[in-house]
Design a protein around this ligand. Structure first.
Ligand SMILES: Cc1cc2nc3c(=O)[nH]c(=O)nc-3n(C[C@H](O)[C@H](O)[C@H](O)COP(=O)(O)O)c2cc1C
Length: 192
C-alpha cells in the first residue's frame, strides 16, 4: 500500500485535494494507495497523552499504516516558512526504526512563489536523519491558489512533473523491493 499523507489538518485543504488527485494516479498504474487525513487522527488537543501509553487508537492505527507502507508520499504545504506543526507532532509519534528506516519517501510541496521548497527540505532533513530512502524527484506546486482549480492542476508543466513523479516513485520502490533493500523486507527478515 502507498500511503499519501496530507501534511495539514486545515479544513478545505488544497494539500488534501492534491492527495486525492495522486491517489487516482497511483491506482491507474495498478498500485494500491490510500490518503491519510490528519483530521482523522485524535491528537488535536496537543496534550501529553499521545506521548504516553495512553495513545489514542486512531493515532496507533495511523502509525501502523506508516510502518507497513510500501512507500510514503508526503504532500506538504508551506506554513510560515516550514511545514505545519501538526505534521511534526504526528511524525514525533512514529516509531524508530520501523516507521523510517529504509522506507521509501517522496515529496510534493505546495505554497506561494517557492512551491513548498522550504517545508519539503525541512522534512527531508527529518526523514533523512532517520535513514529513510528519499526519492530525489520532488515536485513543487507554486502559487497553488492559481494552479489548482476544482481539484485539477491547470499548469501543464506541473501536471507532467506530478505524473513523472508518480511513475518514477513506483519504479524506485519496486527497484528497492527487488533488491530487498526496502523497509518492509528488512522488517520481515528481522522478525523471521
Ligand atoms: C498558517 C499558514 C501559513 C502560511 N505560510 C506560508 C508561507 O510561509 N509561505 C507560503 O508560500 N505560503 C504560506 N501559506 C499559504 C499556503 O501554503 C497555501 O495557502 C496552501 O494552500 C496551504 O495548504 P493547505 O490548503 O493544504 O492548507 C500559509 C498558509 C497558512 C494557512
Amino acid at each position: 500500500m502507498f500511503e499519501i499523507i496530507c501534511g495539514t489538518n486545515r479544513v478545505s485543504s488544497r494539500s488534501l485535494e492534491i492527495c486525492n488527485l495522486l491517489k487516482a494516479r497511483y491506482e491507474k498504474l495498478g498500485e494500491q494507495a490510500q490518503v491519510m487525513d490528519l483530521r482523522d487522527i485524535e491528537m488535536s488537543a496537543m496534550d501529553s497523552a499521545p506521548y504516553t501509553d495512553q495513545r489514542p487508537d486512531s493515532l496507533l492505527k495511523a502509525v501502523e499504516r506508516v510502518n507497513k507502507a510500501r512507500g510514503l508520499i508526503v504532500v506538504c504545504p508551506e506554513y510560515n516558512g516550514s511545514y505545519p506543526g501538526i505534521l511534526k507532532y504526528f511524525i514525533d509519534h512514529w516509531q524508530y526504526p520501523q516507521s523510517y528506516e529504509s522506507r521509501p519517501v517522496c515529496f510534493v510541496g505546495l505554497g506561494g512563489s517557492f512551491g513548498g521548497l522550504r517545508p519539503v527540505e525541512h522534512l527531508q532533513g527529518v526523514v533523512g536523519y532517520r535513514n529513510a530512502f528519499i526519492f530525489p524527484e520532488r515536485v513543487f506546486l507554486s502559487n497553488i491558489w492559481s494552479v489548482l482549480k476544482d481539484g485539477v492542476i491547470t499548469d501543464e508543466t506541473m501536471e507532467q512533473l506530478l505524473q513523472q513523479q508518480v511513475e518514477g516513485f513506483c519504479r524506485f520502490v519496486k527497484g528497492l523491493e527487488s533488491q530487498e533493500l526496502d523497509a518492509n523486507t528488512r522488517l520481515s527478515k528481522a522478525e523471521a
